[in-house]
Structure formats: structure tokens, C-alpha cells
Design a protein around this ligand. Structure first.
Ligand code: SAM
Length: 308
């Protein structure tokens, strides 16, 4: 479902206009609108709505949005951040899975002619087609993400053929830390490597649970991922590189040689991994969690060559 509402459509009509300006970012107005529509929060959709205007301003500022920008918002909820984005950006598309929120969004976004709401699952949206429909401009993604699908969303954004400029999102603090960390840390894994291959990750703000309704029982952090024009390492084959990375961390307790040889679909033998490691001057017992992005790129290029 798509709708577009025109700014000022009801001006002078004498009708009650409801909450249409960027003023939902507080407890009182959020509660009022939820009550008006008798909306019941759905835990399964990760619904924790932002009720702090300072954080909303901080997120939109960190995303560095101008009137030239096309913004994709994931999960607009009742439209709180969407209002701020609509004021700052040229165009906004907001993708919301919960159809119960659509009547609310029709009210809260009715003043903005530059917003389109799609009632869909973000993981099923053809992102490249969406960007094309909006002139093929670089896309800035901004969201207070549903935490239950943070990693699939981030991966889908990077792996889509969408011209992505940046991702500025609220995530669980633990996930933000995983995005930034390097080899040797317990948080280091496939997500760290994927994020650092595609983008420069920066922490924007730590956000207390009191800024949400209802309060989440985890800590939250806003991160900005600025897409590199060119990844910091050269991958012979990106799909194979990430298959190697995922296989290495799927079997954390195994050595790299055992983990990769056991990985279904990778098509490499234990002997090939050991030879590649030896050629790289590394011990056969080495583990994936100590490997840098450069080392994964080199290892996967060598294995690819051997598979041929
Ligand atoms: N942006 C709002 C805010 O900051 O107050 C709401 C953020 S809330 C943490 C996450 C939102 O994502 C909810 O509105 C939820 O319904 C929506 N959502 C959950 N899963 C989704 C999916 N697969 N595709 C699109 N939206 C989804």
C-alpha cells in the first residue's frame, strides 16, 4: 500500500488537524495518539517508540540530511522520526510492516507531501527498484531499527544493488559494539567484517531506555555507517569472501582449517586451507577470530584459485 499526503491539504478547512508537526517526540503526544487509535504495541515487531526530541534531532543531524537527499526510513512506527526526516529531506520513503499503524501515519504525516509510506516487510522490498523509482539518487537510510532483525536488515542494505550513501540507525548497544570491533575481541564476527568491508562505522550517541515507550530491556546506541566508495580491501569474489567469513565464525570453536572444510557449499578441503595458510605464513591451527579483513580477503582469493 502506498499513500502520499499533501502538505497543507487541510489548511483552512476548519477540521481538527491532529498531530502533524514534528512534535510527537515526547511521552504526552505519543501516548495521546496511541490512545486515540487504541493501538497495542506488538513486541514481535520490536516496537519501542522514541519519545525524546533531543535524540531525534541528534539522529537526523548525524545523518547529515539536506533537501537534496532521498531518505529511506525503516519502521516509521507512528511517524515520530518520519516527521523530522520529512522536514529535513527532499523525499522520504518509510517502510512499515504493521498495517495497524497505517491509519496513524495517515494522520501524523498528512502535512507532508514528500513522504511515501509502504506497508511492507523491509526484507521483502526490492531496494534497488525503490531507489530507481526515486531517481537513482544515493540513498540515506535512517531508522530506529526493530532489534529482532538488525543484522538481516543491515546485510540486505549493503548487499542490495541500491546506491547506498549511509545508514544512521538506532541499534542494541551490543550490536553497535560488534560493528566497530576488531580481531581478538569476543564481539568480533561476521557482522564486524561485513560492516567494515562496506562502511566506516561511528558511534553517534548512547541512548538510555527512558527515551523509548515502552522501555526496551537492552541498552541502545545510534551508529552511522558511511559507505565507502571502494572497499578497503580487494575481494576476488565478494560472495565467496563472505561465505568464508560466515563459515569461519559459524564454527568458532574449531580451527579455521576444520571450520572451512566442514562448511557445506564452500567446496574447499582441509588440505587446501592448510596450504593457503602456510603460503600466508600462518600456523595451521589459527582461528578465524584473530583474522583481519585483509587476511580473510587474501585467504579467500587463494582458496578460490585452488578451487579452480
Ligand atoms: N521509528 C519509530 C520510532 O522511532 O518511534 C518506531 C521504531 S520501532 C523500534 C521499529 C518499527 O519497525 C516498528 O514500527 C515496527 O512495526 C517496524 N518493523 C518491524 N519489523 C519490520 C519489518 N520487517 N519491515 C518494516 N518495518 C518493520
Amino acid at each position: 500500500m502506498v499513500f502520499v499526503r499533501k502538505r497543507g491539504a487541510e489548511a483552512g478547512s476548519g477540521k481538527k488537524r491532529g498531530i502533524e508537526m514534528a512534535d510527537l517526540g515526547n511521552f504526552t503526544n505519543t501516548s495521546e495518539i496511541l490512545k486515540k487509535y487504541q493501538f497495542r504495541m506488538q513486541k514481535k515487531y520490536g516496537q519501542n517508540f522514541l519519545i525524546d526530541a533531543n535524540i531525534l534531532v541528534k539522529i537526523v543531524e548525524a545523518a547529515q540530511i539536506t533537501k537534496e537527499d532521498y531518505v529511506l526510513e525503516i519502521g516509521p512506527g507512528i511517524g515520530t522520526m518520519t516527521q523530522y526526516l520529512a522536514e529535513a529531506a527532499g523525499r522520504v520513503t518509510a517502510v512499515e510492516i504493521d498495517r495497524e499503524l497505517i491509519p496513524i501515519l495517515e494522520e501524523t504525516l498528512s502535512s507532508y507531501e514528500n513522504v511515501t509510506v509502504l506497508c511492507e516487510d523491509i526484507l521483502k522490498v526490492d531496494l534497488a527498484a525503490l531507489a530507481e523509482e526515486n531517481g537513482g539518487r544515493p540513498v540515506k537510510v535512517v531508522a530506529n531499527l526493530p532489534y529482532y532483525i538488525t543484522t538481516p536488515i543491515i546485510m540486505a542494505l549493503f548487499e542490495s544493488r541500491m546506491p547506498l550513501a549511509s545508514i544512521t540507525v538506532m541499534v542494541q548497544s551490543e550490536v553497535a559494539d560488534r560493528m566497530k570491533t576488531g580481531p581478538g575481541s569476543k564481539d568480533y564476527g561476521a557482522l564486524s567484517l561485513a560492516v567494515q568491508y562496506y562502511a566506516k562505522p561511528e558511534i553517534v550517541a548512547r541512548v538510555p531506555a527512558s527515551c523509548f515507550l515502552p522501555r526496551p530491556n537492552v541498552d541502545s546506541t545510534v551508529v552511522r555507517l558511511t559507505r565507502y566508495e571502494k572497499p578497503p580491501v580487494e575481494a576476488a569474489d565478494e560472495t565467496f569472501l563472505f561465505a568464508v567469513i560466515r563459515a569461519s565464525f559459524n564454527q568458532r570453536r574449531k580451527t579455521l582449517a576444520n571450520g572451512l572444510a566442514n562448511a557445506p557449499g564452500l567446496g574447499v578441503t582441509r588440505g587446501q586451507v592448510e596450504t593457503a595458510l602456510e603460503e600466508m605464513g600462518l600456523a595451521p591451527m589459527v582461528r578465524g577470530e584473530t583474522f583481519t579483513l585483509e587476511q580473510f580477503a587474501e585467504l579467500s582469493a587463494r582458496l578460490l584459485q585452488m578451487r579452480k
